[in-house]
Design a protein around this ligand. Structure first.
Ligand SMILES: Nc1ncnc2c1ncn2[C@@H]1O[C@H](COP(=O)(O)OP(=O)(O)OP(=O)(O)O)[C@@H](O)[C@H]1O
Length: 747
C-alpha cells in the first residue's frame, strides 16, 4: 500500500450521507485527485493517506484511499488556513494570520499547552482564548474518535453527539457494549448499534444483543402507538430482526421480565408483553382516574343552572340542552370527558365551565399537550393555558441531573379544577404523569375530538376512556360554526360520518384540484403556494399557508415538498447564508419546525418595552423562521411564532426540519388559515379517514386538496382507527363491572 502526507486544497464532491469524497490533495509540489470515504469534511486539512493509484476509465489517474489519518499541518501557510477554515470556533482569517505570525511553527503547541499566550494578540480576550482552546482540543479528540467511529460505520453527526456523551471514554464504552448507544444517544437505534457491534465482532447470540433487539421491537410497536404487543407477534418480530434461535429470545424475555424491564400478562386470554413503563402507566392511569372519579361533590343542579343563566346573559349565547349537561356534569363529577367535532362548542363549554368555577371561587388550571394547542386555547378562552409539560414543571430535578416532572404525587398541582384541551393528543405516559400530580378531590375535565388522529406516543387514552363507559362522557354533535358559504366544518363532519365531501362550490372555501400524475400534483401545489393563492387571497404564503402531507417520503412527501417549496419561495441567494444538513439546506428566511421537545433549549425574547426575557424549552411542532446564520460561532438563529429566539448549534440541527410542508401528524393541535394537501396513493395505514379529517380541521379559511379523487374515497372508507394494542379501556371497564357486580351482590 502506498502512503502520502499532504493538504486537501479543494473538495470536488462530498456525499454528506455516506462521506464519499473526491478531493484535490497537494503532496510536495504535485496535486493529485483522491477518492474515498471520509468521516468529516477534509477541506483544508492535512492528512496521511494509504491506498493505491489507479487509472479511472473516465477521470484518469486517481488515488483510491483505503485508510487515512488526520495530522496537524506543518507549513505556516497550511497552519494558517487550518485555523481559519472554520473548524476552530473563534478564529477568522484575520486572527489566524496574527496567531501564525507571532507563534509560527509553535502555534499548535501554544494553543494546546500555553493558551494564555494568545492574549498577546490584539482582539483576543480571555473568553475567546477559552473558546479557541476548547474547540481545538475538541477537534483533536474528536478526530481520533471519529476515525474509530468511521471505521465502524458511524457518521460525523452522531460522532459529535457520542463524544459529548462519553467524552474521552468513547472508544472503551462502545467497544464493551455498543448497544448502550441506543439508550444514551438520541437518534441511534438498534440497527445502527447492531452494525457497529458486527463491525466490532460482537457475537450474534450476545445477551446484550437479544435484550436490545427485544427492547427495539417493543419501541417500534410503541412508535406506532401500541402500549403492548401480543407475545407471539413480538417473538416473530424479534426472530426476524435478530436471526437467532427462538429459545435464546424467549430466555432473554424471561430474564427481562424477572429483572423488571418488561411485563408479561394475560389480557382477555391472550399473552401480551409490555415494556414496563407502559404497563405501569396504564395501571396507574386506571387507578388514578377511578380515584378522582369517586369524589362526591353534591352540588344542587339548580345552583349550577343559576350560574349558567348568568353566563348566558354575559356571553349572549343560549346553551343547548347538551351543552348545559356538559357543564353540569363537569361541575358535579370528579372526572368528565367532553368530546365533539369542529364547531360543536367545545371551546364555548370550556369558557362556561371556567366562568361557573370562577363564580364558585375555585382555583382553575387550564392546559393542553402542545405549545401551539396551549396558545390556541389561551387566545379563545382568554385565560392562560400552559403546556402539560410546563404545568408539571418538567425540568432538571434539584438533586439529580435527569429531566423529571417536578409536579407529582409529592408536590401536586395547587388547583381545584384542571381542564385539559386537545385531549386526543395525550399519550399514556404523559397522562400518567399528569394524573400523578392531581390531588384527590380535584375535578378533572378532559376535552377533545375523539375522531382526530390519536396521540403520536403510545396509547389510545381518550378513545379508551370513552369506550370503557366508566367515566361520564358528553358527546357534542350540534355544529354551530357553519358560517354562510363555509364548507370546511360541514365537510369535516361529512368525512367523519363516512360521506363524500362537497367540493368546488362557487365562492366557498373547500376545493379539489384533479391531476393526472404525482409530478403534476407537486407542480400545482408549488404554484398554488407561491403564486395563485397569495395573489387571489392576498396571503403571506410562508406565514398563512401550510402544506400538509400524509407521508414524509415519496414524490409528494414532506421532504420533497419542502425542497421544492423552498426552491421556489426562498431560493439560494448570495445575500442569504445557508447550511446544508441531512436532507435539507437551511437558509436565512426559511420556515422551520422543531421536531422534539427540548426542555433545555434556551430562548430569549425582546418584549415591547425593549427588555429581554429568557427562558427554557422549545417543543415538538413549534414553528419558526431562520433569521440569521453565524458561520464563525456555527449557529443558526430561529425566531419562533411567539417571538422567542433560539440559537441552534450546527450539531443540534437534527432537531430542525423545513416546515413549508409538514406531516398531518405533526400538525395536530395547530390551526392555519389555509391548508393545501396532496391526495395521492400511499400506505394503507396512512390513508385513513381520521388523517383526512384531522388535516381538514386544521384549516380556518380555506382547504385546497390536490390529486386523485379516488383516494378521498379510499381514505373515507378506511376507518380502522382502533387498531392500537392498549388495554386502558379493558382495565377501566373490568374494575367498573366488578364494582357493579359487588353492588348487585350487596343489594
Ligand atoms: N349554543 C350556541 N348557540 C350559538 N352559537 C354557539 C353555541 N355554542 C357555540 N356557538 C358558536 O359556535 C362556534 C363554534 O364554537 P366553538 O369554537 O366553541 O367550537 P369548538 O368545538 O371549540 O370548535 P373547534 O374544535 O373547531 O375549535 C363559535 O362561534 C361559538 O360562539
Amino acid at each position: 500500500m502506498e502512503s502520502h502526507k499532504g493538504t486537501i486544497v479543494d473538495t470536488i464532491f462530498r456525499n454528506s450521507e455516506n462521506g464519499y469524497t473526491v478531493a484535490l490533495m497537494e503532496i510536495d509540489n504535485e496535486v493529485i485527485t483522491i477518492t474515498g470515504f471520509f468521516g468529516t469534511d477534509i477541506t483544508n486539512e492535512t492528512i496521511e493517506i494509504f491506498g493505491k493509484r489507479i487509472k479511472h476509465p473516465k477521470y484518469g489517474h486517481q488515488f483510491t484511499v483505503e485508510m487515512y489519518n488526520s495530522v496537524l499541518p506543518s507549513s505556516l501557510d497550511q497552519i494558517e488556513s487550518y485555523l481559519s477554515s472554520g473548524l476552530i470556533k473563534g478564529i477568522g482569517d484575520f486572527t489566524a494570520k496574527k496567531i501564525v505570525e507571532l507563534f509560527k511553527e509553535d502555534t499548535f503547541n501554544i494553543i494546546q499547552n500555553h493558551p494564555e499566550k494568545l492574549l498577546e494578540i490584539e482582539g483576543i480576550g480571555k473568553k475567546k482564548v477559552e473558546m479557541i482552546t476548547k474547540s481545538f482540543v475538541e477537534q483533536i479528540d474528536i478526530k481520533e474518535i471519529m476515525m474509530f467511529l468511521q471505521k465502524h460505520g458511524i457518521s460525523t453527526t452522531y460522532g459529535v453527539k457520542i463524544y459529548k456523551q462519553y467524552g474521552k471514554n468513547t472508544i472503551n464504552i462502545i467497544s464493551e457494549n455498543p448497544y448502550r448507544l441506543t439508550d444514551d444517544i438520541y437518534g441511534i437505534g438498534f440497527k445502527l448499534a447492531d452494525k457497529i457491534a458486527y463491525s466490532l465482532g460482537v457475537e450474534k447470540s450476545s445477551p446484550f444483543r437479544s435484550a436490545s433487539g427485544i427492547k427495539y421491537s417493543l419501541f417500534e410497536y410503541a412508535a406506532n402507538g401500541h402500549s403492548y404487543v401480543p407475545y407471539k407477534l413480538l417473538i416473530d418480530s424479534v426472530c426476524n430482526l435478530l436471526e437467532i434461535n427462538i429459545e435464546i429470545i424467549e430466555n432473554e424475555m424471561k430474564n427481562m421480565a424477572f429483572q423488571g424491564k418488561i411485563h408479561i400478562e394475560l389480557i382477555e386470554d391472550e399473552r401480551v408483553v409490555y415494556y414496563l413503563p407502559y404497563h405501569t402507566a396504564e395501571v396507574n392511569v386506571c387507578k388514578n382516574l377511578i380515584n378522582l372519579q369517586n369524589a362526591d361533590f353534591n352540588i344542587p343542579e339548580n345552583d349550577i343552572l343559576d350560574y349558567l343563566y348568568l353566563i348566558e346573559n354575559e356571553s349572549y349565547i343560549e346553551l343547548t340542552k347538551m351543552q348545559k349537561e356538559a357543564v353540569i356534569q363537569s361541575i358535579s363529577n370528579g372526572v368528565t370527558v367532553i368530546t365533539g367535532g369542529p364547531g360543536t362548542g367545545k371551546t364555548t363549554i370550556i369558557h362556561s365551565i371556567i366562568r361557573v368555577f370562577e363564580m364558585m371561587h375555585k382555583k382553575i388550571f387550564l392546559c393542553a399537550p402542545t405549545g401551539r394547542a396551549a396558545k390556541k386555547i389561551t387566545e379563545s378562552a382568554s385565560r392562560e393555558a400552559k403546556t402539560i409539560h410546563r404545568l408539571l414543571e418538567y425540568a432538571y430535578g434539584e438533586e439529580d441531573s435527569n429531566l423529571c416532572f417536578n409536579k407529582n404525587e409529592d408536590s401536586p398541582l395547587d388547583c381545584e379544577v384542571l381542564i385539559v384541551d386537545e385531549m386526543s393528543m395525550v399519550d399514556i405516559l404523559l397522562m400518567n404523569n399528569l394524573l400523578k400530580a392531581i390531588k384527590t378531590g380535584t375535578r378533572l375535565i378532559l376535552v377533545g375530538d375523539v375522531d382526530q388522529l390519536p396521540s403520536v406516543g403510545a396509547g389510545n387514552v381518550l378513545r379508551d376512556i370513552i369506550k370503557s363507559n366508566s367515566i361520564k362522557t358528553i358527546k357534542l354533535d350540534t355544529i354551530f360554526r357553519q358560517s354562510l358559504g363555509s364548507m370546511i366544518v360541514q365537510n369535516a363532519h361529512m368525512i367523519n360520518n363516512g360521506k363524500t365531501p362537497i367540493f368546488n362550490k362557487k365562492d366557498t372555501d373547500f376545493f379539489f384540484m384533479r391531476q393526472n400524475n404525482n409530478k403534476e400534483v407537486l407542480d400545482v401545489i408549488v404554484d398554488l403556494y407561491n403564486n395563485r393563492l397569495p395573489s387571489k387571497y392576498n396571503l403571506d404564503p410562508i406565514k398563512e399557508i401550510q402544506v400538509l402531507s400524509p407521508m414524509k417520503k415519496g414524490e409528494v412527501g414532506v421532504i420533497e415538498l419542502n425542497n421544492k417549496l423552498q426552491a421556489s419561495i426562498n431560493p439560494p441567494s448570495k445575500l442569504k447564508k445557508e447550511k446544508a444538513f441531512g436532507k435539507y439546506t437551511f437558509r436565512v428566511g426559511d420556515k422551520v419546525m422543531q421536531t422534539k421537545n427540548n426542555y433545555q433549549s434556551v430562548w430569549s425574547m425582546t418584549c415591547d418595552d425593549g427588555k429581554v426575557s429568557t427562558g427554557e424549552g422549545i417543543y415538538n411542532g413549534d414553528i419558526g423562521y431562520i433569521i440569521f446564520i453565524d458561520e464563525i460561532e456555527q449557529e443558526i438563529f430561529v425566531q419562533f411564532d411567539d417571538q422567542k429566539e433560539v440559537a441552534y448549534s450546527y450539531n443540534q440541527l437534527d432537531e430542525l426540519i423545513l416546515a413549508y410542508a409538514t406531516t398531518v401528524h405533526k400538525s395536530q393541535g395547530s390551526e392555519f388559515p389555509v391548508i393545501i394537501m396532496p391526495i395521492v396513493w400511499g400506505p394503507n395505514m396512512l390513508l385513513t379517514r381520521n388523517l383526512l379529517y384531522t388535516a381538514i380541521t386544521r384549516a380556518k379559511q380555506l382547504v385546497v386538496l390536490v390529486g386523485f379523487e379516488k383516494f378521498i374515497q379510499i381514505m373515507i372508507a378506511n376507518n380502522k382507527i382502533n387498531n392500537r394494542y392498549s388495554a386502558l379501556d379493558y382495565r377501566l371497564s373490568s374494575i367498573y363491572s366488578a364494582y357493579e357486580n359487588l353492588t348487585d351482590f350487596s343489594n
